[in-house]
Design a protein around this ligand. Structure first.
Ligand SMILES: *Cc1c(COP(=O)(O)O)cnc(C)c1O
Length: 461
């Protein structure tokens, strides 16, 4: 799906260590990797939380003025420094001219969403007309399913992965109930093989091949929220469509994390939130995609005035002129304050480019994996056994920046010890800790510090 960089992360680390004549686990290697990182200055575009401001911090264990090690970008991205400025621009406009703000300025409120949607094109790989910024993620998922899930007596299933994010699971369950269907029969969940955590592509394709004729919609996540597995979006799309299914993706953990080419892959529909890797702040405005091939055939089930063509919208004659494609799915006028925070972040993506970010991300997460493996080898050599397992696939094509780690001691203890030392990450059932070094604002030094803290926590156990 993506071309691998010429040099694998582990090889790069070994080469630098040889050059510096040091151990690959030494801090010097991290500092050299940062020095060679052409994207490192993007960190300055963000507020990085300080140790002293974190609620669970133990001040006896840290330097209070140091930056925290923020590895929680998979859950809530950090704040771009320009957010406040952009919010103030719109607040000022509102204060000074009230309703005239709808039509003037950098982001006329009536087209607030449209004024920034172009910045989303490269991130998801779609044309402007195929993207709408609106609502929140689960709401968009519902709106899309209302149009794409059209069950018939023969084709009545929705296919999804096991342990899908609960909101998606509930959305699918309730969509099935809304059609008066039996959830047991219509919700087709693919589980990993016994004893495995990662779904194998061959198993997914096998089910599509065998049951495709009874599947109406395939809805997968792009990157699984728990395991961090990046699914093969083009392969699943192709297989599903060959069987006559609509194929959609929830890109919550994929957008701004991995390269996406929704248009070229022919994906039917997709949706995503913007507060994770896209740094728009909690509850930020979400996105939706419908492929151009459906522009005149797939219509919204629920319509509001912002789905009406702009040129005649304000004639208010109640004769609907529906915008073709996903923009006809917009129901209400856009929340301008949410547009502002997303705008600040998308401008940074535009400067950095998702391609370059992904290249750094492969190296950054590869470095994290490499350091963890060095630690495991040391434990094995000391006959104390490895204590860390990486649940996330090790193939670059099968993951984004997140690694999910499991331990041979209770994750709650490890997590709490890390929290006290200024590592911001999270724990998820059944046994994982999720850490996501984000290429926009995390450094190789962050990764090095994290692994040092993790190993000292594990060694003292
Ligand atoms: C984060 C996330 C959500 C959250 O849904 P909201 O509607 O934004 O609250 C839903 N689904 C997935 C897969 C997620 O990762």
């Amino acid at each position: 799906m993506e071309t691998s960089p010429l040099e694998l992360p582990a090889d790069r680390v070994q080469r630098i260590a040889a050059e510096l004549q040091c151990h690959p686990g030494d801090e010097q290697v991290a500092l050299r990797l940062d020095k060679e990182d052409e994207l490192r200055h993007f960190r300055e575009h963000f507020y990085i939380p300080k140790m002293k401001d974190l609620p669970p911090i133990d001040l006896s264990l840290v330097n209070k003025d140091d930056d925290a090690i923020y590895f929680l970008g998979h859950s809530l991205g950090l704040q771009p420094k320009m957010v406040k400025t952009y919010l103030e621009e719109e607040l000022d406009k509102w204060a000074k001219m009230g309703g005239y703000g709808h039509d003037v300025g950098k982001r006329p409120w009536i087209i607030g969403d449209e004024s920034i949607v172009g910045l989303m094109k490269d991130i998801v790989g779609a044309s402007e007309k195929e993207i709408a910024l609106m609502n929140a993620l689960t709401v968009n998922l519902h709106l899309l399913l209302l149009s794409f899930f059209k069950p018939t007596p023969k084709r009545y299933k929705i296919l999804l992965e096991a342990k899908a994010f609960c909101s998606d699971h509930y959305a699918i369950e309730s969509q099935i109930q809304l059609r008066g269907l039996d959830v047991e029969k219509s919700m087709r969940i693919i589980k990993p093989r016994e004893g495995e955590e990662i779904l194998r592509l061959e198993d997914i394709l096998d089910i599509i091949e065998k049951e495709g004729d009874s599947i109406a919609v395939i809805l997968f996540s792009g990157v699984h929220f728990y395991t961090g597995q990046l699914f093969n979006i083009p392969a699943i799309t192709k297989a599903g469509q060959a069987k006559g299914c609509f194929v959609g993706f929830d890109l919550a953990h994929a957008v701004g994390n991995v390269e996406l080419h929704l248009h070229d892959w022919g994906v039917d529909f997709a949706c995503w939130c913007s507060y994770k890797y896209l740094n728009s702040g909690a509850g930020g405005i979400a996105g939706a995609f419908i492929h151009e091939k459906h522009a005149n055939t797939v219509k919204p089930a629920l319509v509001g005035w912002f789905g009406h063509e702009l040129s005649t919208r304000f004639q208010m004659d109640n004769k609907l002129q529906l915008i073709p494609g996903v923009n006809g799915f917009r129901i209400s006028n856009p929340p301008i304050l949410l547009v502002c925070s997303l705008h600040a972040s998308l401008e940074i993506f535009e400067q950095a480019s998702i391609k370059a970010l992904r290249r750094k991300s492969i190296l950054l997460t590869g470095y994290l994996e490499h350091l963890i493996k060095l630690y495991c080898h040391r434990r094995e050599a000391e006959r104390r056994g490895p204590t860390v397992t990486i649940i996330t696939p090790s193939r670059i094509e099968e993951r984004g920046c997140q690694l999910t780690l499991a331990f041979s001691r209770p994750k709650k203890d490890v997590f709490e010890e890390l929290e006290k030392r200024g590592v911001v990450c999270d724990k998820r059932e059944p046994h994982g800790i999720r850490v996501a070094p984000v290429p926009l604002y995390n450094s190789f030094h962050d990764v090095h510090k994290f692994v040092n803290l993790l190993t000292s926590v594990l060694d003292t156990a």
